[in-house]
Design a protein around this ligand. Structure first.
Ligand SMILES: *Cc1c(COP(=O)(O)O)cnc(C)c1O
Length: 433
């Protein structure tokens, strides 16, 4: 499979090149040249296949012959070694829990898949690759865990000091081996700027790659769990709608890809917090990105969602076609907290702030559409946002084993004040010698 840059000013590349480069030289996102739907027989009999078999069918055309099928199947089976349950909340609304992986956020799926692909491509070479990533919370932990111990790959994570939760910090800073955490004196945008500068800096003597959701190997595997959710409900409910709590719009964009592959999804709801660039676009028709605003669903504090351009590409840049299958609504923190309380007191379910935004999106859609079943994505375990959940619901949450194993480990980070510190680190330190 070849990939083109959405800016159309760079040469087409292979799957491997798209994974290693992350972004095209013209700064465009990579996009597959062809998308061939799966057979309707396969979709109609989805519940006779295992998750691994479904994932393999969904992804194989995008990898092509660049990873042999036995290796690809092994990568998939290692990536998906946990559950993706759909649970009923009320008669018309279900939740798809995506937090049963090692760092308890949906980003585990993409990070684990990407790490293993990069590990595969790296096997035959002596050159090391450095994954450089900025995180506002969940990405760093998922990437650290996904890449831990992958040979030939060194991971450097920049995070804003004091701006991530205690659990998230432990997930970034306690693993050791090929993972290094740089604790930046600043906010997330500073970390992001340093990463961007490093990618353009000709004096950096290392091969750098990114592991943000713009990378196709993180984005595409997120299709899998739309199939897994559909598989669990389609015999009972004919029309299925997904409500996806969205920040950078990678997750929902993968859902649209699943639909392109023939999964009969009736409609998508992109639920956002007050970072409402896309909801405004769908109302006004003008795309007007803004600086991000801080909210309690902080993994979605994105003012200019990178992957929205891929969604437009999938709809052929046709505004009416987009609006027919895709809605987007924005919600405030106080609406989010009210939803968390409502879900807890009426349905005895503890939702995290991101999942609660997804629930609100489902409810908004159901105001005018009564037939379909809405599945909202629960993108992180509530324990990852412990303070908000405790304050809002007044409940204690049992700490799952994935978290207890890191919480008592010793934090190790390197204090980083400026871009020069990062550059020094990259040009002098070399963990993998
Ligand atoms: C990253 C993240 C999101 C947003 O996903 P996008 O693909 O960026 O839209 C939502 N919820 C949680 C918990 C996240 O970590």
């Amino acid at each position: 499979m070849k990939y083109y840059s959405l800016h159309k000013k760079s040469p087409n590349v292979s799957f491997q090149e798209a994974v290693v480069y992350g972004l095209a030289p013209d700064k465009g996102l990579y996009f597959p040249e062809n998308i061939t739907p799966l057979s309707s027989d396969f979709i109609q009999n989805l519940d006779s296949y295992s998750n691994e078999e479904i994932a393999y069918e969904a992804i194989k055309q995008f990898v092509g012959d660049e990873i042999p099928s036995t290796d690809l199947k092994e990568i998939i089976s290692e990536t998906l070694s946990f559950d993706f349950p759909v649970l009923p909340i009320d008669a018309q609304t279900h939740t798809l829990e995506l937090f049963h992986g090692p760092t308890m956020a949906f980003k585990d799926v993409g990070a684990r898949f990407m790490a293993r692909c990069l590990g595969y491509f790296n096997k035959g070479t002596s050159e090391n690759v450095t994954v450089l990533v900025a995180t506002s919370g969940d990405t760093g932990g998922a990437v650290a865990d996904g890449f831990l111990g992958v040979k030939g790959v060194e991971v450097v994570i920049l995070y804003p000091s004091g701006k991530v939760s205690d659990i998230q910090e432990k997930q970034l800073t306690t693993l050791g081996q090929n993972i290094t955490a740089l604790e930046v004196n600043g906010v997330f945008d500073d970390c992001q700027d340093m990463v961007k500068t490093a990618f353009l800096d000709k004096d950096i003597q290392r091969t750098l790659t990114s592991a943000n959701s713009i990378n196709i190997a993180r984005w595409l595997p997120q299709m899998f769990y739309f199939f897994f959710a559909y598989k669990q409900v389609y015999r009972k409910h004919k029309e299925v709608v997904f409500s996806v709590p969205s920040g950078n719009f990678g997750n929902i964009c993968a859902g649209v890809m699943a639909q392109k592959l023939g999964l009969p999804i009736k409609h998508f709801v992109a639920a956002t917090n007050i970072n409402d660039t896309v909801p405004n676009y769908l109302v006004k028709g003008t795309y007007d990105p803004k600086p991000s605003k801080a909210t309690i669903s902080n993994a979605m504090d994105v003012g200019n969602p990178s992957n929205f351009i891929r969604i437009q590409e999938l709809f052929g840049h046709n505004f009416e076609a987009l609006k027919n299958s895709f809605s987007s609504y924005s919600f405030t923190d106080s609406q989010t907290k009210d939803a968390m309380k409502f879900i807890y007191s009426n349905h005895n379910y503890v939702a995290d702030p991101h999942g609660a935004v997804g629930y609100l999106g489902a409810k908004e859609y159901q105001k005018t559409n009564t037939n379909a079943i809405c599945i909202f994505l629960e993108t992180a375990h509530p324990v990852k946002f412990l303070d908000t959940v405790k304050d809002t619901l007044g409940v204690d949450i049992a700490i799952p084993t994935q978290i207890t194993t890191v919480i008592n480990k010793e934090k190790k980070s390197i204090k980083t004040q400026s871009y020069e510190d990062l550059k020094d680190f990259l040009n002098t330190e070399n963990v993998l010698t």
